[in-house]
Design a protein around this ligand. Structure first.
Ligand SMILES: [Zn+2]
Length: 198
């Protein structure tokens, strides 16, 4: 299944969001007719729709489309997956890295699909905790591995730019299923994602 590039924006939705951005921009005291601002409502609407396109994508389908029978049953790790999302409380970005591991149970999945599902779940309004579990449960339910682990480290603009203004704080969330619930497997995974393998 091919996913529509969201450059093909839904005209009606874009127009509606654009009008709302006009209200926001004039509401904060800006001049909608100023040169640099004239096209901003439309650009902001398209950016917002791009950043939330995950609502229209099915991550389980993405995984199912690239599952292969394979006897390999050691840990598979994809680490340092770039992640950009929007917090659902302030609609401000949070961004960082996701690390995913799973232990196959008869099937492996195309490695590029793990970053894809990180994108799909990230491009929705999120909290980091739910994002972590969305990714974890999607892999667990679809691939049915012997174990799955997800760790996300992220910085939140709503903390950095406003509120407590803790500019260097990083929030870490994690979730473990199956064999990763055993301390030895989990420790091995955490050692591997923090190791510099050069
Ligand atoms: Zn926030």
């Amino acid at each position: 299944m091919q996913y529509k590039n969201f450059e093909e924006y839904n005209i009606e939705v874009t127009e509606e969001v654009k009008d709302k951005f006009k209200s926001i921009i004039s509401g904060i005291g800006e001049d909608l007719d100023r040169d640099g601002i004239v096209k901003t409502p439309e650009r902001a609407a398209k950016a917002m729709l791009f950043l939330t396109q995950g609502y229209h994508q099915d991550p389980a389908e993405i995984l199912k489309g690239a599952m292969f029978k394979e006897d390999y049953d050691d840990m598979v790790i994809v680490k340092d997956i770039e992640l950009y999302s929007l917090c659902e409380h302030h609609m401000l970005p949070f961004f960082g890295k996701a690390h995913i591991a799973y232990i196959p149970n008869g099937h492996i999945v195309g490695l590029s699909k793990l970053p894809r599902i990180v994108d799909v779940f990230s491009r929705r309004l999120q909290v980091q905790e739910r994002l972590t579990h969305d990714i974890l449960e999607c892999i667990n339910d679809t691939l049915k591995p012997k174990g799955v682990a997800v760790v996300i480290e992220a910085s939140h603009m709503c903390m950095m730019m406003r509120g407590v203004q803790k500019q260097n704080s990083v929030t870490t969330t994690s979730g473990f299923r199956g064999q990763f619930e055993k301390i030895e497997t989990r420790t091995e995974f955490l050692r591997l994602i923090t190791a510099d393998l050069g």
